[in-house]
Write a protein that binds this ligand. Structure first.
Ligand SMILES: Nc1nc2c(c(=O)[nH]1)N[C@@H](CN(C=O)c1ccc(C(=O)N[C@@H](CCC(=O)O)C(=O)O)cc1)CN2
Length: 312
């Protein structure tokens, strides 16, 4: 890149950093936890020895400890059977009471021989702090209160933190995963955005992305979005976390959005240091809200319905 282009980039997009927004969300979670009659508690289940999953679960457990929440990690071997996994989830579902478990999180991806959807569906919806149970997905699509998936809800909190307008805006999401793209579409619709979801089978992707006021990319493909695919002044949220090799042989993290997009966009999240920290902060908030629902609101039904604050 030339010096001139670097200067143009610096002058263009506002950087929407994750850490300040995550700190505000963690602060809100801490204050809410202080009002509860119990210490919120989360159980992490991890299967196999995927290094990234090990690192993510370690990071989540560390954050929980920093906030004064209880947590336990269940690290299961790679040869765990579906029945073993369901049995552990059943045990954690049944662990109620003052020192019980309020949240159950199954770290993804699972080893190929396991069915993640079937296992997620075994989690008590009231303890579904990852928001991935079919009941949580249904509540989201009906615009009803419930626990929301952490990365999409974290994106909404980040937009809110930086006062990025959403209502009436055309949001284009690239990616249709159950973890990010699909729930994000529901969350944006619930706050009056006009939403388009594009994906790998969308012809002429640039023609679609150029229409976005708000472009959110969760495609899992490094540098998929280039400057010519972005409307000048658009807000661009990069959810991608790709590990690419460098000349030194060490991998580095990069997003789904090419760095040169900073010269065109009005605002842009960095990778790393953008959406990633929001995922963990939102999980802490979900855990505290699940504990609140189970103790203060006293929901006896099987839904994870909660206070109106969770509507988005
Ligand atoms: N059950 C779930 N599994 C997975 C989820 C999830 O939300 N629920 N999301 C991802 C992984 N993930 C959390 O689990 C996660 C990914 C990234 C980050 C993060 O903070 N990234 C940093 C960079 C960290 C690094 O150096 O590797 C950043 O972007 O700045 C947190 C959590 C898949 N599985």
């Amino acid at each position: 890149m030339t010096t001139d282009r670097a200067a143009a980039r610096t002058d263009a997009a506002r950087t929407l950093g994750g850490p300040p927004a995550a700190a505000a969300l963690l602060d809100a979670a801490t204050r809410l936890a202080a009002t509860l009659p119990v210490t919120p508690s989360i159980a992490f289940i991890r299967v196999g020895d995927d290094p990234a999953s090990e690192s993510y679960v370690r990071g989540k457990a560390k954050k929980a400890a920093e906030l004064g929440l209880h947590s336990a990690v269940y690290a299961l071997p790679d040869n765990t059977t579906q029945a073993d996994l369901h049995a552990l989830i059943g045990t954690l579902n049944a662990d109620h009471g003052v020192h019980g478990v309020h949240g159950v999180l199954l770290q993804l991806p699972l080893p190929a021989h396991l069915n993640a959807d079937a296992a997620l569906a075994c989690i008590d919806p009231r303890k579904d702090v990852d928001g991935l149970h079919p009941v949580s997905a249904g509540l989201l699509w009906q615009g009803q209160p419930g626990l929301r998936p952490c990365t999409p809800a974290g994106v909404m909190a980040l937009l809110d933190h930086y006062r990025i307008p959403v209502a009436g805006q055309h949001a284009v999401i690239v990616g249709r995963s159950a973890l990010v793209g699909r729930p994000l579409a529901g969350l944006l619709l619930n706050v009056d955005a006009t939403v388009t979801v594009a994906h790998r089978a969308t012809p002429d992707l640039g023609d679609v992305t150029r229409r976005a006021d708000l472009l959110i990319v969760a495609a899992g493909q490094a540098h998929l979005i280039t400057p010519d695919m972005v409307r000048p002044g658009a807000t661009v949220i990069d959810v991608g976390i790709n590990r690419v090799p460098t000349d030194t042989g060490k991998a580095r993290l990069t997003g789904d959005v090419h760095p040169d997009v900073a010269a065109v966009a009005g605002a842009l999240t960095p990778v790393p240091g953008g959406v990633g920290p929001m995922t963990v902060a939102q999980l802490m908030m979900n855990t505290v809200q699940a504990a609140q629902n189970q103790t203060v609101h006293g929901h006896a039904d099987q839904s994870n319905g909660a206070s109106g604050e969770l509507l988005r």
